[in-house]
Design a protein around this ligand. Sequence first.
Ligand code: NAD
Ligand code: ZN
Length: 382
Amino acid sequence: MRALAYFKKGDIHFADDLPEPTIENDEEVLIDVSWCGICGTDLHEYLDGPIFMPRDGGEHPLSGKRLPQPMGHEMSGIVSKIGSKVTKVKAGDHVVVEAGCSCLDIKRWENSSLKTNAACSACAKGMVNCCAHAGFTGLGVTGGGFAERVTVSQDHCVVIPKELPLDVAALVEPLSVTWHAAKIAGFQKGQTACVMGAGPIGLAAVLVLKGFGASKIVVSELASIRRDLASSLGVEVFNPAEHADAIEELRKIPVGQDGFDAAFDCSGVKATFDTALHVTTFRGVSVNVAIWGNKPIDYHPMDVTLKEKRLTGSIGYTVEDFREVVEAIHSGRIPLQDCRQLITGKQKLEDGWEKGFLELMNHKETNVKILLTPNNHNELNA
Ligand SMILES: NC(=O)c1ccc[n+]([C@@H]2O[C@H](COP(=O)([O-])OP(=O)(O)OC[C@H]3O[C@@H](n4cnc5c(N)ncnc54)[C@H](O)[C@@H]3O)[C@@H](O)[C@H]2O)c1
Ligand SMILES: [Zn+2]
């Protein structure tokens, strides 16, 4: 099978002889991939990995599977074959794949080294996105969407309406990250939000918060090209580098009640963490969406206490988030044309390394989401 695969740190390449994925279990479905987006996490696996991928030629603890494997976890496609116990999808359905895997998936794989029927305490509480063994399709658990075909469990498929374009559907994954974060914040219609960082996640947050009915959104971003992108989505932008005291300056933006109702750190440096915390109002909420390295940072708990603020985090998503995002795009709550603005490139799998990964590594600010397709003839110009 043709795929853009992860072989090891520093080695991602196209190959046309990857093993065909098969239905290994009655509840799995085989999907013909339409589109799959490249994520910053994919770049990290190349540069700093293996992070989620199996190490040292070993097996993934959840699935027992080894490298190489096709990468890609932001995918849409069309179901081509279903296992004998599949009831939730049928051949021909258009789907998106919720790529998170947890303890609840272990039963799919005979070779899992986690031979237990007991779910971890997060999974037992239904918080599968916080699973102690969390992994991802396309990041080592099993092969992902930079391939002609992929198999996943029916529980991770969300059927999408056929009129929803499959390229836009590949954005459901990053949108679900920020949809989950907006729910964690308890964000309400009419509230105000400040977003740190206008990368793919910050811009996805903008679309989601607009969909939640935000009355005002301000995006703080250093790179001018990315500020322009945010601006074209109809929100106010702010350049922290222009001000000696960016927090004070942001706090001067009139938002009604001495600060924003919510702030989302979609960047992950001390400056954005501090800003997200300080620009919120009394009982406001600051959500850390960013993934940090191991180095801790300082913060003063009284900055939370004296204004009864909430400081929280959001990780991944659930299949419900996916369903809600699909519905939000279908109903126009998240406009299709706004989603399209996030797609800055479409490439064939064969060109995915050069015109996808390298392009993102070398020209990060001019890109948001580059999608790859294995379906070179029918879909590249769709
Ligand atoms: N919580 C989750 O489940 C989840 C899922 C996916 C990604 N993430 C994380 O979300 C974060 C954002 O992802 P991304 O792909 O958009 O990353 P990105 O690096 O493309 O975007 C971050 C942006 O922050 C901007 N920035 C840097 N310093 C700044 C500052 N001081 N003020 C304002 N802006 C600043 C950068 O210019 C950049 O545009 C990453 O940490 C990523 O790992 C989290
Ligand atoms: Zn678990």
